[in-house]
Design a protein around this ligand. Structure first.
Ligand SMILES: Nc1ncnc2c1ncn2[C@@H]1O[C@H](COP(=O)(O)OP(=O)(O)OP(=O)(O)O)[C@@H](O)[C@H]1O
Length: 667
């Protein structure tokens, strides 16, 4: 398919006119990327993978707190739907573990009470031993419970990721083809795949950590409340400065990470170009390695500087945080001392309160850190889930009516089709009738709509604006879309080079990689010329057609084209579309394919559509449709069109003259 739209009806023999837009001379300094003194992350800011980076740093604490419950519910629901027992285990074990922490603290207070009691020291220590054993018991139980949480979490997390990935691929692999052509959809799909699925894996454990930190905080608050209600405001006094310092430091880290991440991604572009097999030949022939390495070096130097800057700033922040936290702790302990002096609470309870306040500060710092992570990562997961929801609305028709196994007549009536984002239609009022047993050809200049029309015939696109395609009188919109696609064998331009065995490269057209019809496979390989290609491979049918795998083989473009034709023939469908199948084949191979497909095996039950720029190959076709600007401007047999003396005759004569002139020169 051509990306150029030159459907403005130039006479075939004329040269293209001068371009209207004049291109100015470029500058002598090549802007290969962000410049040395500019912000190196600029060019990447709007890229799909960075839209939510740094979101947690930008959100206010109130926004953060408002969204967290919704996130926890959503992730909880995902986990619940994936593995109920494991999810239940995580919740119950986590709650029990938090209770153990609180009981442990209470038991520690009891130990202190014994130690601070009246009497000789050995007696007090002896009296404290049973309580000490209780503390050990609580701590050991908590360790066991936390191990249980980790095990249950290890069960549920991979399942969530696998379920989301399967769902994502099932939905995206089936959305209608014209949606896939939409660049915005493509960006969203990549973003969801790259980021959403990645963070979906991490977020479960982060939500569990969040819950653990929150429960820890609640537990210690409960212990303090039991010791003395006046200790609760004291807890606030102690944890608020620590919380504020933690929020600041978490935000600074997110800002820096966004920058660092952008640099890393940019450097990866260069590593990829230096490593990638597809770029290797051109890189060497352009002798461009040095230039790319220089850019790589420039970026890695910037990353090293950014790393150092990050390290220094996080050290400063942590010092500032500790200073603020220290002031809070100092104030708390002063107030605690005053309470002890005033006799509000016994010494043991005061010591217990110190332990509880320290535990609460640790839980709070963790809570702040994890909630920032969860907030940001949940945005990616939400993005993935929203994308999946959108894909659900973009699935093909799944009507109950399957397409028939054979077709006598296909009719296109006033068919129009415009690609998403385009203003001009690619097809504009096409009407034609195709009969079983016929071979028809679509010809015309680049961008005239031939491939689009073929894709419409294949059920890959749907007609728009009231146009209809009917199979034996049944509107294709009443047929199940995938069953219709299964009835059309397609050899498209730029066929996919499946990295499978030679045999699987054929069977895939019937929707299987594991089951083959051996006789049909051999017939298809013979008719397409792929027989010699496959026979010459060590391993024959089983040879792996990809250099990416050990023992794999690479084929030339023409050899791949033969495999693609074989794949189309193997499908053995009532409609066969060949979209420039022989463009990269040598002349003999091309001749052999046309002989086999058009002359040797005419099938009375098949409609064959051939798209070709080599007009000699369309001569034997029963009917030729000439496209221009999305319309059919002429149609008839080769002879009728030659007699007409129109566009087809001009194109044909131009090609034939070219050959004759060559032949004359060499004679
Ligand atoms: N996926 C797409 N998205 C947007 N526009 C497209 C897409 N494919 C084709 N077009 C546009 O639709 C018009 C018809 O393209 P089409 O590929 O059908 O032409 P064609 O006759 O097969 O061309 P060629 O001979 O170069 O293969 C062109 O203007 C082209 O730019």
């Amino acid at each position: 398919m051509s990306g150029l739209d030159d459907a403005d009806g130039l006479p075939p023999a004329s040269l293209p006119g001068p371009r209207r837009a004049r291109l100015p001379l470029p500058s002598a300094v090549v802007p290969g990327g962000p410049q040395h003194d500019g912000d190196i992350t600029d060019g990447l800011e709007e890229a799909y993978w960075s839209v939510y980076d740094g979101a947690a740093a930008k959100a206010t604490v109130r926004q953060l707190l408002a969204r967290l419950p919704r996130i926890v519910r959503r992730i909880g629901r995902l986990a619940w739907n994936t593995d109920r027992p494991a999810t239940l285990a995580v919740v119950l074990l986590q709650l029990a573990s938090a209770a153990m922490t609180a009981f442990g603290l209470m038991a520690s207070v009891a130990v202190l009470r014994e130690l601070f009691a009246e009497g000789p020291t050995p007696d007090r220590v002896r009296a404290a031993v049973p309580q000490l054993l209780v503390v050990v018991g609580f701590l050991a139980t908590r360790a066991l419970l936390e191990a249980g949480v980790a095990v249950a979490q290890a069960r549920v997390t991979p399942k969530i990721r696998a379920a989301l990935e399967t769902e994502f691929l099932t939905l995206t692999a089936h959305v209608r083809l014209e949606i896939v052509d939409d660049a915005d959809w493509h960006d969203e799909a990549y973003r969801a795949n790259d980021r959403g699925l990645f963070y979906a894996r991490q977020i479960v454990s982060q939500v569990v950590s969040l819950a653990a930190a929150l429960l820890g905080l609640v537990g210690t608050a409960g212990v303090l409340g039991v010791l003395h209600p006046a200790l609760l405001p004291l807890l606030l006094l102690s944890v608020l400065p620590v919380g504020a310092a933690a929020v600041r430091s978490a935000r600074a880290r997110f800002h820096s990470f966004k920058r660092w991440n952008a640099l890393q991604r940019r450097v990866r572009v260069f590593s990829w170009l230096l490593l990638e097999r597809d770029a290797a030949a051109e890189l060497r022939s352009d002798t461009a390695q040095g230039a790319l390495l220089a850019e790589h070096h420039r970026l890695t130097t910037r990353i090293a500087e950014e790393d150092t800057r990050l390290g220094v700033s996080s050290a400063k922040l942590s010092l500032a945080g500790r200073a603020v936290g220290g002031i809070g702790t100092g104030t708390t302990y002063t107030a605690l001392g005053a309470m002890l002096i005033a006799g509000w609470l016994p010494l043991a309870a005061g010591a217990g309160a110190v332990l509880a306040i320290q535990a609460a500060q640790t839980s709070l710092t963790r809570l702040v850190d994890v909630s920032h992570l969860v907030y940001e990562h949940a945005m990616w997961v939400d993005d993935l889930l929203a994308f999946q929801e959108r894909c659900r609305a973009l699935q093909p028709r799944r009507s109950g009516l399957p397409a028939p196994g054979t077709v006598r007549i296909i009719t296109l009536d006033d068919v129009t089709f415009t690609y998403p984002g385009k203003d001009t239609p690619a097809l504009n009022g096409i009407s034609m009738t195709l009969h079983a047993g016929q071979t028809v050809a679509f010809v015309g200049v680049n961008g005239s709509g031939k491939s689009t029309c073929a894709r419409l015939l294949a059920g890959l696109y749907e007609p728009q604006e009231g146009g209809t395609v009917t199979w034996d009188g049944v509107n294709v919109l009443d047929l199940d879309a995938e069953s219709l696609q299964a009835r059309v064998g397609c050899v498209l331009q730029d066929p996919v080079r499946f990295p499978f065995s030679a045999l699987a490269n054929l069977t895939v057209s019937r929707g299987t990689l594991t089951e083959a019809d051996p006789r049909r496979a051999l017939e298809a390989a013979r008719a397409s010329g792929a027989e010699q290609v496959i026979a010459a491979l060590p391993g024959g049918w089983e040879a792996l057609l990809s250099k990416r795998f050990r023992g794999g083989h690479e084929l030339s473009a023409g050899q791949w084209a033969k495999i693609a034709v074989a794949r189309g023939l193997y499908k053995n469908a009532p409609v066969l579309l060949l979209d420039e199948p022989t463009a990269s084949m040598d002349p003999r191979a091309e001749h052999a394919v046309y002989e086999a497909v058009l002359r040797d095996n005419p099938r009375s039950d098949q409609i064959t559509v051939l798209i070709s720029h080599r007009l000699a190959s369309v001569v034997p076709c029963d009917r030729v449709f000439v496209f221009d600007g999305g319309r059919v401007i002429e149609s008839g047999t080769h002879q009728e069109l030659m007699n007409l003396g129109g566009e087809y005759a001009a194109m044909f004569t131009l090609q034939a003259d070219g050959y004759r002139a060559e032949a004359g020169e060499t004679a």
